[in-house]
Design a protein around this ligand. Sequence first.
Ligand code: SF4
Length: 429
Amino acid sequence: MREHKIGGPFSTDEIEYGLGSIYPMPGGLKENVYWFLGEDVYIRQVEGEKHVYNYFEKHAKEIAEGRNRELFVDALNCSAGCLYGTAVEEDKAETDDALFNIQKIREESKKNSKHSAWSRQRTPKQRLAALNKQFEKLDLNDFLRVYTDRSKECSYQIPNQSELDAIFNDMNKHTAESRKINCECCGYETCEKMAVAIFNGFNYKENCIHYVKDEVEKEKERALELAREVEHDKAKLAEQNEVIEETIAQINQHFVGLYQSLDDMSKGNENNAEESTGISMDVLNVSNFCERLNDSMKEIQDLINELGENNAEVVSIASQTNLLALNASIEAARAGEAGRGFAVVADEINQLAADSKNTATKSSVSQQKVLESTQAILKETSDLMDIIAGVNGRIQNLAAATEEISASGTMVVSAADQVKELLNNLKSE
Ligand code: SF4
């Protein structure tokens, strides 16, 4: 149109040119022609490829002799046309929605402008004049096509049953029912003829509307499946997020326990260190005490030795006293009245008695010292007992602290194991 400078009133929509929008429905062309020529002309309307060819075959002679009365034949390849026929989705084809909408478009395109070819105010003749003016530069030759009949060059083969099955299967026609839809949308009267045409390379499966619908349906299913998978993945992701959040909360909880255990362990160790220092001091005290006890024992040993010597001295004196007493009695017996030496013996005995007394005194002093030493030992022993009791108590504390440390250690290991397991679970998910 641009090349031949074809123009007209400004239009915003191709509906402007038309009633053309009603062409793809039965009688669409006829209605357009009536608009420009009036309804007195005779137009034969035939729908469906099969009926069209039947009609032409039946009127071939009339047409050839120029006796046919129709201005032209308005024919569609399928009985319902593109607007609501087999080319549209089945659920929409079963309604009159498309026809109703076309009716509205058709009315809107009829204008009240006096100059438009679509004006209601004009007669069909005036409309045609306006239309021809609009397209006066239109060259019919631009629309003429020359065809060469090469049909004889085509070899036409009839497929055997297995070849036909293969073609049908390729067309997604796997059932006997699907092979007999015969909707004629492809231009063939039957599905089998279409399959034969495909077999001979005259057509393609993509020109079968049901094949295309099946493919679209499959694509739709794939898209839906994909959407379901995405939804499923989303749900799984949300689930995993929940698990992760829960696991992280558990990990945090375990770490709180872990820190607490470590803190307890650290305190326990501090106490143990203090206890160990105390025990060490006590042990030193015990050691010092043992030295002192040793000294005391030596002292006692010396005193006992001294006492032994004193006792030997006393025994010796007693022996001498006895001897003297014996001598004195012998002398006294021999001298009789004249026992002058008796006085000497008596003096000696007195002296021995005095010595014995001194020795006894010494022994008494020694005994007193032994007593004091013994008391000191007793006192030191009592102290030792107290110290040992203290040491025992501390050892028990130390044992309890060690147990606590051990329990804390177990908790630490257990917490660490749980953290490890949770992290492993997290990883495997
Ligand atoms: S091959 Fe497809 S389009 Fe052709 S008649 Fe059969 S179903 Fe209809």
